[in-house]
Design a protein around this ligand. Structure first.
Ligand code: PMV
Length: 329
């Protein structure tokens, strides 16, 4: 069985000789319309199902990486405690990129995700780091290979190396070389995402633990792969035909199905707060009043609204605190 180092070596096969003093790159956060929930391989972050997301345009992480005398992480201008979990996770990831020379790295990372948005940034963080390493070493890797490397940091990071609608193919191979993300050609310039922040405190259970527990204990998990494949097909049709209601309905019910699986795990995994429920009810009420708006939620309490530019005024008046994003610029 392959480990992370084997996967990195299979792609790089090249030396670790820097081609520049530093490498710098940006990667967006992404919001899944068809969720990734469950791994078929924990070490390589190989998913049970394919998933589909939208990258959030200019919102994400910019990372600069350079060779240094020790491993150091600077986040938004402040040095991060090297013994803390954030830095340790990053250094552990970088351990796969040391080659024979065993270089140390200075990672300077900046995020323009509003802190209050409460959106996980590990996806854009690992994607930006891989893209920056690609610049530093002049690897000129394909998006497919970059996606595979980003996946080894965090599953959803595999989708953050591309923009627009991005499908992460689950793949079937044990080495994961067919499990990578790919951008779709279709765009939807009028699509808008509204981030409703309910809480920015750390989640009670991390997604790795929650995925494992739900797969092992929820009686509903066995239905998930089939359900997820159907949703992905519906989303493909919706995006091809620009059928907004089909897109919204499918994304919303896919998210609710994922959370239902979590609720029925033992012990249950519940990321919802009372305020999440209030926001979801608000979206449903808006819909009853004739406004085309839907929601999705990930492994956290914050709610993400999906709507089109034509509904912007109404949505913004109902949710004045929402951060509105135009994923297609
Ligand atoms: O990449 P991870 O391990 O943080 O998993 C995230 C999974 C969800 O955000 C809940 C769904 C998704 O597809 O992004």
């Amino acid at each position: 069985m392959l480990n992370k180092q084997d996967a990195v070596d299979a792609i790089l096969r090249s030396s670790f000789a820097p081609k520049a003093a530093s490498g710098k790159a940006f990667a967006p956060i992404n919001i899944a319309l068809c969720k990734y929930w469950g791994k078929r391989n924990d070490e390589l972050n190989l998913p049970v199902t394919s998933s589909l997301s939208i990258s959030m345009g200019h919102l994400g992480t910019t990372t600069k990486v350079s060779i240094h005398d020790r491993d150091q992480v600077v986040l938004n201008g402040e040095e991060i405690d090297p013994s803390g979990s954030f830095a340790r996770r990053l250094f552990e990831y970088l351990d796969r990129y040391r080659g024979d020379d065993d270089p140390h790295y200075l990672v300077e990372t900046e995020s323009n995700i509003p802190i209050a948005a409460g959106v996980a940034s590990s996806a854009s963080g690992f994607a930006a780091l891989v893209l920056a390493l690609n610049e530093l070493y002049g690897w000129k890797l394909s998006t497919r290979d970059l996606s595979i490397l980003a996946r080894l940091g965090s599953g959803s990071a595999s989708r953050s190396v591309a923009s627009g609608f991005v499908e992460w193919h689950a793949g079937a191979r044990e080495d994961g070389m067919d499990s990578y993300a790919e951008a779709w050609a279709e765009t939807w310039p009028d699509l808008r995402i509204g981030l409703v922040t309910v809480s920015t405190t750390e989640k009670p259970v991390d997604s790795r633990t929650a995925m494992k527990r739900t797969m092992q204990t929820s009686p509903l998990y066995e239905g998930w792969p089939g359900r997820s494949a159907e949703d992905l097909d519906q989303l493909r049709t919706a995006i091809r035909e620009k059928d907004f209601n089909l897109l919204g309905e499918t994304a919303e019910s896919n998210a609710l199905a994922m959370h239902e699986i979590m609720f029925t795990a033992n012990p249950p995994v519940n990321y919802w707060l009372p305020e999440s429920k209030t926001a979801m009810d608000g979206v449903r009420e808006a819909r009853s009043a004739g406004i085309d708006v839907y929601f999705t939620m990930d492994a956290g309490p914050n709610v993400k609204m999906i709507f089109e530019e034509r509904s912007l005024r109404e949505v913004a008046s109902i949710f004045p605190e929402a951060e509105i994003i135009s994923p297609f610029g």
